[in-house]
Design a protein around this ligand. Structure first.
Ligand code: NAG
Ligand code: NAG
Ligand code: NAG
Ligand code: NAG
Ligand code: NAG
Ligand code: NAG
Ligand code: NAG
Length: 268
């Protein structure tokens, strides 16, 4: 075992700190790049360094954000950059996950809090099976006269009517119209959902499962991340058309009963 001397240890810490500060904190391909690291902490995991892969279950609720800059009010925007709608490799669209204005640190702490109304309620990441999505969180300085641009008011009022409404949100245009300028800090992470392969599909009848279907498809397969078999039943003829629709347009949710447990697979 080799011991590091104090100067060596300090040098190592300084180097890793500098490395974190000089690399892009925005997702690959995102313009403009910022080198400022935005602290993003979920209850179970902190996004540090930027770009780590985190379990879907750890990002269910909105994170707390932090930045070492006081007396400034910020707007946070979270996006998915990997929405796959047509099923072609070329299609990665955006999906708006969160907009929270009024973030500031009330005292000397670096944690940001807000008492302003959320503009886009936090929607948890949930890539479809077999996909890995890139999520970015950006912090913009909030102008003193900040307001939701007039042409976005009805959009945000109706945002939660359907997940579809969040797809294709243009962050650049919104930031421009709201006078937010460029991001002052950012962070990003990946979420993967394991592939669940289906090995047989057959028609059967399913009992009381919440959907109360008349006809169901029973799907037997292997959860590759578990290495074990499972049997799931997907409810009703109507749901089958949602499934084929979902494969085409990638927007609806599929409710799958696994014994009595529900797996809701949402296409984003
Ligand atoms: C914080 O900013 C406000 C408005 O710009 C200013 O009036 C105030 O003096 C600042 N406070 C501190 C502690 O810098
Ligand atoms: C977008 O799709 C391309 C493949 O067409 C892929 O290389 C790239 O990583 C995707 N970007 C994101 C942010 O998922
Ligand atoms: C979109 O999904 C298809 C399969 O459904 C996959 O082959 C393709 O790589 C995906 N594209 C992206 C950018 O993830
Ligand atoms: C700073 O503000 C936060 C949020 O209101 C609070 O939890 C924390 O205790 C405060 N810290 C100090 C040192 O006042
Ligand atoms: C609200 O969203 C729903 C679902 O996307 C859509 O059908 C409806 O037309 C929207 N309403 C308005 C007023 O935009
Ligand atoms: C946002 O809109 C601008 C201006 O129309 C366009 O150049 C850009 O490609 C759009 N970005 C996305 C992600 O759609
Ligand atoms: C597949 O396995 C993973 C890891 O054990 C688990 O988190 C997930 O819920 C499983 N999915 C199904 C459909 O059983």
């Amino acid at each position: 075992m080799r011991f590091l001397s104090y100067p060596c240890l300090i040098a190592t810490l300084i180097t890793s700190n500098i490395l974190q500060e000089v690399s892009a904190q925005t997702p690959p391909g995102f313009q403009p790049v910022t080198l400022n690291h935005l602290g993003v902490s979920y209850t179970a995991v902190a996004i540090s360094p930027a770009g780590i892969t985190v379990p879907r279950d750890d990002v269910t609720n909105a994170p707390s954000l932090s930045l070492t800059e006081s007396n400034v009010t910020f707007v946070a925007i979270m996006m998915d950059f990997s929405v796959n709608i047509t099923g072609s490799a070329a299609s990665n669209m955006t999906l708006l996950h969160w907009i929270l204005p009024g973030l500031s640190s009330l005292n000397e702490t670096t944690t940001l809090s807000s008492s302003q109304r959320v503009i886009a309620p936090y929607y948890p990441p949930g890539p479809p099976a077999g996909q890995t999505h890139t999520y970015g969180i950006f912090l913009y300085k909030q102008p003193a006269d900040f307001a939701i641009p007039a042409n976005y008011i009805s959009y945000f009022n109706n945002l939660t009517a359907s997940i579809v409404n969040r797809i294709g949100f243009n962050q650049t245009t919104f930031a421009l119209e709201a006078g937010l300028g460029t991001p002052v800090a950012a962070n990003w992470f990946l979420v993967s959902t394991p592939i669940i392969t289906t090995s047989s599909i057959m028609a059967s009848t399913f009992g009381s499962n919440g959907i109360i279907p008349t006809t169901t498809m029973s799907v037997t397969g292997t959860n590759t991340s578990m290495g074990s078999s499972f049997t799931a039943s997907i409810g009703a003829t109507a749901t089958q058309s949602i499934i084929s629709g979902a494969k085409k347009v990638g927007i609806e949710s599929i409710a799958v009963a696994i014994n009595t447990l529900w797996l809701v697979e949402i296409f984003l």
